[in-house]
Design a protein around this ligand. Structure first.
Ligand code: HEM
Ligand SMILES: *[C@@H]1O[C@H](CO)[C@@H](O)[C@H](O)[C@H]1NC(C)=O
Ligand SMILES: *[C@@H]1O[C@H](CO)[C@@H](O)[C@H](O)[C@H]1NC(C)=O
Ligand SMILES: *[C@@H]1O[C@H](CO)[C@@H](O)[C@H](O)[C@H]1NC(C)=O
Ligand SMILES: *[C@@H]1O[C@H](CO)[C@@H](O)[C@H](O)[C@H]1NC(C)=O
Ligand SMILES: *[C@@H]1O[C@H](CO)[C@@H](O)[C@H](O)[C@H]1NC(C)=O
Length: 486
């Protein structure tokens, strides 16, 4: 009864806010619209994977510019490289769309969702942490993690565990890697205990945020925190912050120790830069926590998902595995050493494999911007206060841009490096992914080490999991892959 009441109140409130407007964009095609509620009814009662299916079906039904209106929020969905280029290369209209607001209690003013001068300042502080020279120092960590991962896999094989839930397994290693590189701390056993809680909480919070996005009555904080989803959200957030606080404190301790022992070595980890900025008064503790939360999440979940889908596709394509293996033989000969940066730069096929994985399964399937000032796309004027959603997932599966779009074929990316606005797994423009090279390096290192040591096979040939709508591209069920020693 309570919910119905709230829902009625909200509808009445929106009714009073609602006013009809007529403009160019009104004539764009899109799902059916009813008075007041707009297209809301087509989403009602659907679960996360059904919502993902509907969202990704828009372009097939309505073309490359699709209008969606729900109550008084107007969203234009874009699927065309030309339009997307205009939106992403604009250096002023960089505000993320309203949906990102629900991330605020978690990621706060972190780089992903901040805007304006705050974003500029933060990006300037943090960019040096991803400089080419720093990445070279990280190579050692990626090598170590890749070796540990292979050792772990071998131990599992010996115990008779051949079939693995890849995501659960691999995300441990991407989490270790981000902690040791960006945060500059090794996960000791005390922090490790909090690790699995952290991973669970990340899953839970993503779900809670998505539920909120798709259930308009949860948009108001006052309602949201009274519902079971809101209480879950709060609980997960506490767990996440417990973990990140532990990481920050650990780092403070370590920093203090090395400073006391007066080593003049330049420390460059991201968290060092943040703590230095704190001592200069450029950022406060809350800001640091927001950034650590942002990088911990963006830095481990995205790469783990890409590796998961990658291993799934490789298991299904033995020929691709063999070509990767051949390339490894050329690079390493008989040596068993792990790939270093110059090896990875040489391995062009490996590079193409990962690019093709990210084409089919971009870890961040869609991104959004708020139009803060009228935006002109060729013939179309998008008024301010509209939002645009860029469908990376659908764009990269357009048959006219990528022939046989559903087919996994790394060769597409073998002739040169010329990717353009048809291919955007890391977005582009001023708000592109700051961790792009970091991610590529890490994934190449781990994937090549796995393929050198194991043969992968699928549980069921041609199997593809359904995807659920989440903050990232998440499979609806565990992705299982069979491993055997080479
Ligand atoms: C396969 C791996 C990855 C993919 C596909 C990916 C993709 C993306 C995309 C599409 C964006 C734009 C988001 C938006 O416009 O809302 C983004 C932003 C960002 N990514 Fe990544 N990312 C990956 C790995 C990483 C890693 C490893 C890190 C950190 C070490 C990272 C840190 C960030 C941050 C901080 C931003 C926000 C940048 C800003 O707005 O200035 N990402 N990423
Ligand atoms: C969503 O509903 C469909 C049936 O319409 C079902 O096949 C699928 O398993 C459901 N997914 C989840 C996550 O509940
Ligand atoms: C840093 O180390 C000094 C001396 O070793 C100690 O007095 C101080 O409390 C430490 N500070 C922190 C934040 O741990
Ligand atoms: C990588 O290893 C090879 C073989 O040991 C070596 O020739 C090369 O200099 C190394 N590159 C880097 C960047 O360490
Ligand atoms: C946003 O984009 C439009 C169209 O490109 C441009 O005219 C406007 O100046 C931009 N907004 C801001 C705040 O610069
Ligand atoms: C961008 O890349 C796609 C796919 O490789 C290609 O079809 C398209 O012609 C390219 N566009 C431009 C402007 O180069």
């Amino acid at each position: 009864m309570f919910y119905e009441l709230v829902v009625c109140m909200v509808i009445l409130m929106i009714w009073s806010l609602w006013r009809s407007e007529k403009s160019d964009v009104d004539n764009l095609p899109g799902p059916p619209r009813w008075p007041i509620v707009g297209s809301l009814p087509i989403f009602l009662g659907l679960n996360e994977s059904e919502i993902f299916t509907i969202l990704t079906g828009f372009s097939k039904e309505y073309g490359h510019r699709v209008r969606l209106k729900i109550f008084n929020s107007n969203v234009i969905h874009l699927y065309d490289p030309k339009d997307i280029e205009i939106v992403l290369t604009n250096s002023k209209n960089i505000t993320k769309s309203k949906g990102y607001l629900f991330l605020k209690p978690w990621l706060g003013t972190g780089l992903l969702i901040s805007t304006g001068t705050k974003w500029h300042k933060r990006r300037k502080i943090l960019t040096p942490a991803f400089h080419f020279d720093i990445l070279k120092n990280f190579a050692r960590v990626f090598e170590e993690e890749s070796r540990a991962l292979v050792g772990d896999l071998r131990a599992r094989l010996q115990r008779g565990e051949r079939t693995l839930d890849v995501m659960a397994f691999i995300s441990d290693y991407t989490l270790y890697a981000i902690c040791e590189t960006a945060m500059g701390i090794r996960l000791n056993s005390e922090i490790s205990a909090a690790k699995s809680e952290y991973k669970k909480a990340i899953l839970g919070i993503g779900q809670a945020i998505y539920r909120r996005l798709t259930r308009f009555w949860l948009y108001y904080d006052i309602v949201f925190y009274l519902t079971p989803t809101g209480r879950q959200f709060k609980k997960h957030l506490e767990q996440i912050c417990f973990f990140t606080n532990t990481v920050i404190e650990e780092k403070r301790k370590k920093k203090n120790e090395t400073e006391s022992s007066a080593t003049g070595k330049r420390r460059m980890a991201l968290l060092d830069l943040l703590l230095d900025a704190e001592s200069k008064g450029e950022i406060d503790m809350e800001g640091i926590r927001d950034e650590v939360n942002t990088f911990m999440f963006e830095g481990h979940d995205t790469t783990a998902l890409a590796l998961t889908f990658g291993l799934m596709l490789l298991a299904d394509h033995e020929d691709v595995q063999e070509k990767m293996f051949e390339e490894c033989k050329i690079t390493f000969g008989d040596s068993t050493r792990t790939a270093n940066t110059s090896d990875l730069a040489e391995m062009k096929y490996l590079d193409a494999v990962i690019k093709e994985v990210l084409r089919l399964y971009p870890s961040v399937p869609l991104i959004g911007r708020e139009i803060t000032e009228e935006l002109v796309l060729d013939d179309l004027v998008i008024p301010r206060d509209y939002e645009v959603i860029i469908h990376i997932y659908e764009l990269q599966r357009r048959g006219d841009l990528f022939p046989d779009p559903e087919v996994f074929r790394p060769e597409r990316f073998l002739n040169g490096d010329k990717t353009n606005f048809s291919y955007l797994p890391f977005s582009a423009g001023p708000r592109n992914c700051i961790g792009q090279r970091f991610a590529m390096q890490e994934m190449k290192c781990m994937l090549s080490e796995i393929v050198r040591n194991f043969k992968l096979s699928p549980i069921e040939k041609g199997y593809r999991p359904s995807i659920k709508a989440d903050l990232v591209l998440r499979p609806n069920e565990p992705v299982l892959v069979k491993f055997s020693s080479r």
